[in-house]
Unconditional design. Structure first.
Length: 156
């Protein structure tokens, strides 16, 4: 552990990690605001910053909420990618929907209900997003989330 901490401290001293992390958090916060304006009748959760593994917030329509489901908009730090996930409020609900959808003709990646997996269905939206073109990136994500939600509701 001490070697990891020493390496971490060396990287922190360079300042790039903090700047990149602030950019990601600012982008995600602004994306949440953008999504909330596009979906004013939907409930959005708080922004979860994660442990530099993933950062996300979720959006729920009334019908998803009744089913104990949510759509998560996820930034994966290590992959530098955005995904949209169908997720559940807990592992029991997740397992129920994974089993329900396992034989459906899906065009999304179906997850398995096991420890460390938070999704039911996953769709990769953007690899290597352009944070310098934030507005354009918001629209790409918004469009993908809209399509994903509409198609997911048809499965359920």
């Amino acid at each position: 552990m001490n070697k990891d901490i020493i390496d971490y401290n060396e990287q922190i001293k360079k300042g790039h990690i903090q700047k990149a992390y602030r950019t990601i958090m600012g982008f995600m916060s602004a994306l949440k605001t953008h999504i909330s304006k596009k979906f004013p009748n939907y409930l959005l959760t708080s922004l979860y910053p994660g442990y530099m593994d993933m950062t996300y917030f979720a959006i729920m329509s009334e019908s998803l909420k009744k089913k104990q489901l949510k759509i998560a908009i996820v930034y994966l730090h290590e992959q530098n990618a955005f995904e949209v996930w169908l997720s559940a409020v807990n592992k029991n609900v997740q397992k129920k929907y994974v089993n329900q959808l396992k034989d459906a003709p899906l065009k999304y990646k179906l997850s398995s209900a096991k420890p460390g997996v938070d999704s039911i269905l996953e769709l990769r939206i953007i690899d290597n997003p352009d944070f310098d073109q934030a507005e354009k990136t918001y629209v790409i994500i918004e469009n993908a989330v809209t399509r994903f939600m509409n198609e997911i509701l048809s499965y359920l």
